[in-house]
Structure formats: structure tokens, C-alpha cells
Design a protein around this ligand. Sequence first.
Ligand SMILES: [Zn+2]
Length: 497
Amino acid sequence: MIDSFRKYGRRAVVVLLCELLVLLPALGAPPPAAKQPAGPAVPAPVEPLPLQAYLVKSYLTLFKISPELHFTDAQYKAEEARLTKNQASCVHKFKEKVDAYNKRISADRRKLHGRKLVTRSERHALRCKIQDLRFERGEDRLLADHGVPIAYQNMKAKLELIQNWPTDYKQIQQELADGAYRNRRWGDVKDIGFRVIAKGQSKDIRLGEETIQQLKQEGMLPPEVKNKAIVSYVRRVAMRVASHSDLHVPLHLYVVNSNVINAFSFPGGFVFVNLGLLRAVDNESELAGVIGHEIGHIVARHGHKLMERATLASIFEQAGEVAAMVMTGGIASLGEYYALQYGFEGLGMMLNLKLLGVSREYELQADQLGIQYAWNAGYDPTGFIRFFDKMATREGYVNGVAWFYDHPPFYQRMVDAMREIDFLPKKSQYIVQTSAFLQMKKELKPVVAMGKKKAKNRPSLIPHAKGCMAPRKLHYKPGDNIDNLCGTASAPGLAKK
Ligand SMILES: [Zn+2]
């Protein structure tokens, strides 16, 4: 495995750094699709609620209502302190659970190596038990190391938004009034299609093709979805966005059979959309927003640039490190969890996470370009924020782990996106939902069910005992309130949205 990563690490990096969203499958029911694009200028009735109650509201709602909210500095400080304290106690709680699992696993391992077990079935049962315990430990470690901190980071970002957005918004209005907004990076949106964001897109085509080829050979790309109706629908949406973008190479779009909520791109015009993403989007403008982001990566030649920046040695080192963690069993929780669930994709994701630090700026750039392209194609540009929003608020600390990990600070990403939308010339109408999208959703159900069956037989990186019962379902549920999970005190009536 290490060797294969040495060999293919270089290519894999190009791919993985182009990922936008890496999330686990959404399990909860989708919220109703929004009909109208949101603008921050629309005043909404202000509910007389304590500050804490606003932290479960969506970002878009907070963009709208924050100018009407008036809390004191002392209240902000107290709320921040409360969040910090609850986070610490919750992380501690899950760390203790991890310790308890470690003890149980060690005890069972000793039994396995002892001489008392005689029959094969006894050994098998013990192996299965250890496997289950490892899985359960992985969940708690995931929560302690990533999930819980992300949930609180998310709430702190919302706190920051309530506090700072009114000032930021005034600044935006000022820039709109005096025309300064036109001088922002890529502010020449009327020339989309004729701009050069990064010279030499076509030089990336071969690189993209080779990367895809090699990853396919390694079994690291999920298989393509065959359903023609789904594929041609997604292709149409992508073509619409691409033809209103700065893409100067032919677009190749693939729909692949993976339940991870994700889309990713390769240099030279190759966009991959996972089935998981199609399940998670609630309307066409959200899908267009995500595809726009991926096209943004290609247009700005991020994959190519990252390869220039990261030395080969450093990439090999990191790839080797990840592979070594997997091989020795001393895996970081996230990788272990994902590897158990998603096999090779899990490892890819780890690699992605390790390297994401260098791509923060690129994410912000792709966000900006993606919003411009979706808007230029006639879509409601808030579709992208809505999708983010939904992931953060509903899936956030549970399923959004990889996505939020080491990405640009959430507040900054949301505010930058909203600012770009405010700077775009307003249109009288935007596409939000289409009948073709709803038709695609109908087609999706049987395809997803079939995909799940096949996924069971896919390889996993973790050597595992065969013939065990499937590990039990995870404890946590998407959309569940963090206070319920942590058992932290919440003011009455605040637990639910
Ligand atoms: Zn991205």
C-alpha cells in the first residue's frame, strides 16, 4: 500500500485537493426546498429569544435578521464562554468513553492470545466482538476529536455572524454605493467567458486524463453510474453552468456510485459527482452551485498549482504517513472510521484532509467563481450557501466532519460567499427548482438502493473478521442537537429548532 502510494501519491493529490465536500451520507429527511433567493436586506420579524436560541438558526436566516438583533458585549462574551465550557466537557466525555473501549479491547485481545479459547467459533466470536468495539470506539473518537469541536465551531461562527455581520453588511452597502466593489478580485462578471483566470487550462487535459486512468487502475475511483436519465440530467446542468463560466476546455462529467456527499474535479475539465451529493441536494440551484465550485477549481488551475507548490517529497511523505497509519493499525479516528466504512475512499479522504491546509485560499477562490458561474447561468446564487448551510446546521457535527476539517474558517467562507452574491448584479428571476430535477430524484431511489448492495462487497483497508454481523448503527443522528449528544444543559425549549 505504501508503495502504491509512493507511486500514485502525486496523482492522487491532484484529485483530492480539488474536492469540495467530503461528507458521509445524509440520513435525515431533507428540509423543504426554498422558493426565493434570500437577500440580507429583507427585514424579518425579530423573535424575542435569548442569544443561545439563534445559534441553531440557519446562516441565511441569520444574515437576514442579525441587523435587528441587539445583544450586549457582555452577552456575547458569556455565550462564547458557555460554548467553550460545554465543548470541553463534551470532548472530555467522549475521550473517557474511548478510554473505556481501549480497556475492553485490550482485555479481549488478551483473551484471544490466551490459551483458554479452544473452538474456532469461540475465536471467531471474539474477533467479531473486537471488531465491533473498534468500530464503536471509532465513533466516539471521531466525536471527541472532530465532531464535537466542529459543532461548537459552527455555533461560534454563528455567534460571530450575529455580532459582526451588521457591520460587514454596512461595508458592503458602502462599496456598492461608491462602486468600490468593482475592484474586487474577479469583479468583472460581465466578461465571464472572456476572462483569463489562470492561463493554460488546456495544458491540464493530459494530466487530468492520466490521473483518472491511474486512479481507476488502483480501484480508487467509485464505479460510474449507468442510469442514462440521471447522468444526462446532471450533464445538462453542468453544461449549462460550464457554458456560462470561464472554462476553456471541454467539460467531462461523470456520476459515480458513492454515497459520500461529495463532488470533485480533475485538472483539464473533469468533474465527478457522487450519488450521495445528488441525494443531498434539494433543488437544481444547489446542484448548480456545487458544480460551479468544481468548475472554479478547474478554471483557476488549482490542481496544477498545488502540484507546483507541494514538492513531490512532501507529498510522498504525507501519503506514506497515512498509509503507514493504516498499515500499523494506529489510525487516526477519522481515517479508521472512514476506512471501515468506505475502504479506499476512506484512505483518499485522509490524504485529502492532511493536505487541505494548503488549499484554504483555493476553496475561497472556487467558492467565488462557482457563485459567479451559477449566477451567470441563471441560477439562484444562494443555492450554494443554502447547501452549505444545510450541511452545517443539519449534518454538521455528525456528517460534516471531513468537510469542515481544516477548511477556511466557516464564518469567513459564508461571509465571503454572501458578499459576492451581494455584489452580483440582481436579476428579476432565478432558477431554483426544475421539473427535470424532481424527475432525476425519482430515478435516484432505485439506483441508490442498488448501489448500497454493491458497496457492501467493496474492499476495505482494515483487515476484518469475515462472517460477523454488521456493526450496529451509529449512536448519533444527523440533525440531532449537540446538547442532546453531549448531555449539556440547555435552556428549556431551546433543544429543538
Ligand atoms: Zn473545493
